[in-house]
Design a protein around this ligand. Structure first.
Ligand SMILES: *[C@@H]1O[C@H](CO)[C@@H](O)[C@H](O)[C@H]1NC(C)=O
Ligand SMILES: *[C@@H]1O[C@H](CO)[C@@H](O)[C@H](O)[C@H]1NC(C)=O
Ligand SMILES: *[C@@H]1O[C@H](CO)[C@@H](O)[C@H](O)[C@H]1NC(C)=O
Ligand SMILES: *[C@@H]1O[C@H](CO)[C@@H](O)[C@H](O)[C@H]1NC(C)=O
Length: 233
């Protein structure tokens, strides 16, 4: 992790903090630290802004309630859709990278995290027939002590959102933007750690390095399958 931290700081002339920190709010640690006993969000166990107990409820399927936020107001989500929700929850709560996109006015919020177009499209496909009553899952609710409640009817995702772009740009408020450059975006996989320096620096001098860093992402599905079976041999 130390290696990665060093890279963040090299050549960063902007105001981006060199120190890894966590977002504000009651559910975030003040600084990231390693966690054992993660049941979900394993990507961030080495350096995490969430406590292990957060991952407990998140790991259930169907995922029903997390921090008094109910995911089943329109019925249980499908397993495939739920998996994408979990990835975005894990990133927001646990990733020490999230604070690079901290919202200037709300330390609990993030804005404009560049998410890979492919992730957005796959997320939209995964949730296509699941139901939702909110376009913006942060604000379009009635909140009381028993959590979030629908103000509107439940409709399928494919009616609520035009496409994956619409979903990424709006579902979590201003948190995400889409990026069609496969090497300068997050897709909430292990590769994020390698591509982060290219995302933050906007450095065009090391294109081959950039491509090397995001190699796992550029592989076609067939190649991936071949690589997987090689590993298993
Ligand atoms: C989760 O664990 C942390 C640290 O052990 C603790 O401070 C916090 O209160 C726990 N949260 C819940 C909801 O149990
Ligand atoms: C949703 O999941 C819960 C927990 O497994 C289950 O008890 C409930 O029957 C499910 N609801 C529907 C509508 O399938
Ligand atoms: C933050 O607050 C200031 C002052 O109210 C406002 O001008 C600015 O647009 C806000 N920034 C964002 C990103 O919401
Ligand atoms: C996605 O939907 C928006 C409308 O919300 C539209 O402007 C945009 O062109 C669509 N993108 C694609 C790739 O179809």
């Amino acid at each position: 992790m130390k290696f990665v931290v060093t890279i963040f700081c090299v050549g960063l002339v902007s105001a981006v903090s060199c120190q890894l920190q966590c977002l504000g709010g009651p559910h975030h640690k003040s600084t990231p630290s390693s966690e054992t006993n993660f049941q979900e969000c394993l990507l961030y166990a080495e350096s995490s802004c969430c406590h292990a107990n957060f991952t407990e409820k998140l790991s259930r399927s169907p995922m029903i309630e997390v921090n008094n936020y109910y995911y089943n107001r329109c019925g249980n989500l499908s397993k495939t859709c739920e998996d994408y929700m979990k990835k975005t929850e894990c990133f927001y709560h646990c990733s020490p990278l999230a604070s690079h996109w901290i919202h200037p006015n709300f330390s609990e919020a993030i804005q404009h995290v560049p998410v890979c177009q492919s992730f957005c499209d796959n997320w939209f496909d995964a949730c296509h027939s699941d139901l939702t009553c909110t376009y913006n899952w942060i604000s379009d609710w009635e909140f009381d002590e028993t959590g979030n409640h629908c103000k509107n009817d439940c409709i399928p995702f494919h009616k609520m959102y035009a496409n994956g772009t619409d979903l990424c740009l709006n579902a979590w408020g201003v948190s995400f933007v889409t990026s069609s450059s496969p090497c300068r975006c997050l897709d909430f996989t292990e590769t994020d750690k390698k591509v982060i320096k290219y995302i933050l620096k906007g450095d065009n001098s090391a294109e081959s390095g950039e491509e090397e860093a995001c190699k796992p992402r550029l592989k076609k599905p067939e190649d991936k399958k071949a690589a997987d079976s090689e590993e298993h041999d």
